[in-house]
Design a protein around this ligand. Structure first.
Ligand SMILES: *Cc1c(COP(=O)(O)O)cnc(C)c1O
Ligand SMILES: [Zn+2]
Length: 413
């Protein structure tokens, strides 16, 4: 069956059974899933993976489930786009976009983590799932939970974009909008999780949930022809995705699916919420919480749970980090859309804008291969672009009116 050995404290190394628990009783360190890599190495080959369906479950031996996948059977395996037009603008040779604007069913990479979390919740026998969310997680738990037949309690900051709230409500969860920012919502949820026997995907199920993020890294390697990229730029909220992309490369190496891993991992944040980027720039592992104020609401976690570990991955890999202003984020979204035809949400704008800075400063070398992790769809955050895109040509329905536009347009050039 599964290859999970149990949970292990990231700080003191103490081992636990694979239960719905997430902190070490002794040192309060976070718990992480431990696997039997020797066993996995015996059964999981490139050929075997390639023979499977195009979903995140093609790597199921490296995911923390005991039985067969039960939720999100068609989630994952998104395109890796060779981004030649954007590469030219940014001045690099080999650039790719990992396009998680099109993950099934809710168009962000959260569908990966939730597929794993809810499969695990089923295995544990929970009937109710819950989460604290900056938006995308709410969509994914609402949708995956609907299909899987769970009761759902979803907690969000009341200040979220109207379109993000609607995109949860349509799945008819119990949606709770809390007066406060994400960190307030998260604190409340920790209290609720202590009292009610629910599967809070990013609290008591967090060790399992977070593992789902590795599939983005596994896919990048497979889609590059079983090669690790030289650089990968990852947007950070709690910092979990970044740590798991790093872990995915190390695991593939551990089980012999990758020879060399010389990947530098780069952290991208918004200037209005940059605790991880700041620590990296100051070269200190002390993450100082901030009060978020940014258009990139999906990344607006001021006190990132995995900030310290994200910092460590960046440093261990020889990478770096930076942040982008609201204007740069919007420019980044527009640049990606204009060059590659990909409409990403604000988090994608953060990734593009920060990649641009890192290339300019020489932190990302021009001649290596670079992957940008684009994690959510722009249709979810259209408000952010209001007033930044120009206007359509507005004409009467006749040819003459149109040709007037055409003439003006040609004269402009
Ligand atoms: C949640 C999220 C991230 C990153 O989340 P982490 O907490 O750092 O794992 C990145 N992009 C989008 C669009 C997200 O919703
Ligand atoms: Zn411990």
């Amino acid at each position: 069956m599964g290859f999970v050995k149990g949970l292990k404290c990231r700080e003191c190394g103490r081992e636990y059974d694979a239960d719905p628990v997430y902190v070490c009783e002794f040192c309060f360190g976070p718990l992480e899933v431990a696997y039997d890599y020797k066993g996995i190495k015996k059964v999981l080959t490139r050929k075997k993976i390639e023979s499977r369906e195009l979903s995140l479950w093609r790597y199921k031996e490296l995911l923390p489930i005991d039985g067969e996948p039960q939720v999100g059977l068609t989630s994952g395996f998104t395109p890796l786009i060779k981004a030649d037009n954007l590469a030219k603008e940014l001045g690099v040779k080999e650039l790719y976009v990992k396009d998680d604007t099109v993950v099934h069913p809710t168009l962000s990479f959260k569908d990966r983590v939730v597929a794993v979390a809810l499969t695990k919740a089923k295995e544990f026998g929970f009937d109710t799932v819950a989460c604290a969310s900056t938006g995308n997680l709410a969509h994914s738990v609402s949708a995956h939970g609907a299909k899987a037949g769970f009761k759902r309690y979803i907690f969000i900051p009341a200040s979220l974009e109207a379109s993000k709230i609607a995109a949860s409500l349509v799945y008819a969860p119990n949606l709770v909008a809390v007066d406060g920012n994400y960190d307030d919502v998260n604190r409340l949820c920790s209290e609720i999780a202590n009292k009610y026997n629910w599967a809070f995907v990013n609290i008591n199920i967090r060790p399992y949930y977070a593992e789902g993020s590795k599939t983005q890294g596994f896919e990048i390697v497979e889609q590059l022809g079983w090669k690790a990229p030289d650089n990968v730029v990852v947007p950070c909220a709690s910092g979990s995705l970044l740590t798991k992309i790093w872990k995915s490369l190390k695991e593939f190496q551990e089980i012999g699916l990758l020879k060399d891993v010389n990947t530098k991992v780069f952290s991208a944040q918004a200037e209005g919420c940059n605790p991880i980027a700041t620590a990296i720039k100051k070269d200190t592992d002390i993450i100082v919480p901030v009060k978020p104020d940014t258009v990139a609401k999906s990344l607006a976690i001021g006190n990132p749970a995995d900030g310290f570990y994200a910092f460590k991955c960046v440093k261990d890999s020889g990478g770096h980090g930076d942040d982008a202003t609201n204007e740069e984020i919007i420019e980044g979204m527009k640049l990606l859309a204009r060059t590659e035809g990909i409409f990403a949400e604000t988090a994608g704008g953060v990734t593009v804008a920060v990649a641009r800075k890192l290339i300019k400063s020489g932190k990302i070398k021009k001649n290596g291969s670079t992957v940008l992790c684009i994690t959510g769809n722009g249709l979810k955050t259209q408000e952010a672009l209001q007033g930044h895109m120009g206007e359509p040509y507005h004409i009467k329905p006749n040819l003459e009116a149109f040709e007037k536009v055409l003439k003006q347009n040609r004269e402009k050039k």
